[in-house]
Design a protein around this ligand. Structure first.
Ligand code: PLP
Length: 405
């Protein structure tokens, strides 16, 4: 199967129906939802809606089966060892908080956690809160001048007290892809675990957690063509099994007496209360669709657009690209600063051209500080974008520069 851009774009209702056409370039914030996910959620709520794990009637059993089939689909997308390693959460943020709380409970004052200066706040602030609760030492992996996580610095940073290295797979600011193999090698040499924040990786194809050799992986459904309100924590089962619950309530217990409770095995131990059932089913559908796509073709397509964007931005007066300017080890997420212009003003003018672009600190303020900025604009490309979207942005920027300067 080869990649058919027009046919694929037509499978995204919001883009297919948009009048006038929408040049949607804020995919790192939220991608548009694929019709398979919408259909799966509608089917679920029309034909199988019931609570899961509890009912003994056929409808409830069908709902439970659909939810567990979604878990199996996530496991296949990630090449997990077993579906029992897949915990449904409300998103990447709640998955990362789950690890900081539950794995974090085994950490003691003086233990070290290493994060990078390129992290989204969701993989930074939970560790700062853990530091407040337990007295762990939080260390920071530096970034290179162009914003890449500098894994070589781990040699001088990771000691025998290091318990966890937590890094993003792909930066939501620069698009740079982290050298996970180097992180894993350094972590293993001191006996530390590795957590990878995959929020910006999953929209660019299936992930192989076994090949990565990591311990935890987190992502959100709404960034990989699936629903909002659903996300995933993948972790090795032995690790999950040793972790205490995070949230407590129905569905995560063994036996409850007035004196105390025992807890279910993972993943149920970490899924307290009624989960977002239809959203899980929708995510399963989106990931199954992603698994069938010709990723070699799609990568070439995304790289062509990225190249056109980088070249076009480089020609604009006063535009500074943040992050790598080549195509090596990166995804098509490009942040840039226009000298003298506020990123929000830039977005507002571009909106008049039908271009949806992001401006702000992108929840990565330490990285912005590294670049000496409070904020920047960001164009993030998804598989349904076309050269017309890039051209609309580049033409719109000429107008921005004329109007605002
Ligand atoms: N990590 C990264 C790298 C992100 O880009 C984001 C969202 O932009 C998150 C985590 C948090 O994702 P969510 O808001 O879906 O929980």
């Amino acid at each position: 199967m080869s990649f058919d851009l027009q046919a694929t774009r037509a499978e995204f209702p919001l883009l297919a129906l948009a009048k006038p056409p929408l040049h949607y370039l804020d995919n790192a914030a939220t991608s548009q939802i694929h019709q398979s996910a919408l259909q799966a959620m509608a089917d679920h709520d029309m034909f199988r809606r019931a609570n899961i794990m509890r009912g003994t009637y056929r409808l409830a059993e069908a709902a439970t089966t659909a939810y567990e089939e979604a878990r199996a689909r996530v496991a296949r997308f990630l090449n997990a060892f077993t579906p029992n390693e897949v915990v449904f959460t409300s998103g990447a943020t709640s998955a990362l908080n789950l690890v900081a709380h539950s794995f974090g409970e085994s950490l003691r004052s003086g233990d070290e956690v290493i994060v990078s200066l390129a992290e989204h706040h969701s993989n930074l602030v939970p560790w700062q809160l853990l530091r407040q609760r337990t007295g762990i030492i939080l260390k920071f992996l530096p970034v290179t001048a162009d914003g890449r996580i500098d894994a070589t610095a781990l040699a001088g940073l990771a000691t025998s007290r290091c318990r966890l290295i937590a890094v993003t797979h792909c930066s939501n600011v620069t698009g740079a892809v982290t050298d996970i193999a180097a992180i894993v090698a350094a972590a293993r040499s001191v006996g530390a675990r590795v957590l990878v924040d995959g929020a910006q990786q999953v929209q660019h194809g299936p992930v192989d957690v076994q090949a990565l050799g990591i311990d935890f992986y987190a992502f959100s459904g709404h960034k990989c063509y699936g629903p909002t309100g659903i996300g995933v924590l993948w972790a090795r089962h032995a690790l999950l099994d040793a972790m205490p619950p995070f949230l407590a309530g129905g569905g995560m217990v063994g036996e409850v007496t007035p004196e105390g409770s025992t807890f279910a095995r993972p993943p149920q131990r970490f899924e307290a209360g009624t989960p977002p059932i239809a959203q899980a089913v929708g995510l399963g559908a989106a990931l199954s669709w992603l698994t069938t796509l010709p990723w070699g073709d799609i990568r070439r397509h995304e790289q062509r657009l990225l190249q056109a964007l980088l070249a076009g931005l480089a020609r604009k007066p006063g535009v500074r690209i943040l992050g790598p300017t080549d195509l090596e080890a990166r995804h098509p997420v490009v942040s840039f600063d226009i000298a003298g212009l506020h990123p929000h003003d830039v977005c507002q003018v571009l909106d008049r051209h039908g271009v949806a672009l992001r401006g702000g600190h992108h929840c990565a303020q330490p990285l912005m500080q590294h670049f000496g900025l409070d904020g920047a604009n960001r164009a993030s490309i998804a598989l349904y974008n076309s050269l017309a979207d890039i051209e609309a942005l580049l033409d719109g920027l000429d107008d921005v520069i004329e109007v605002l300067r």
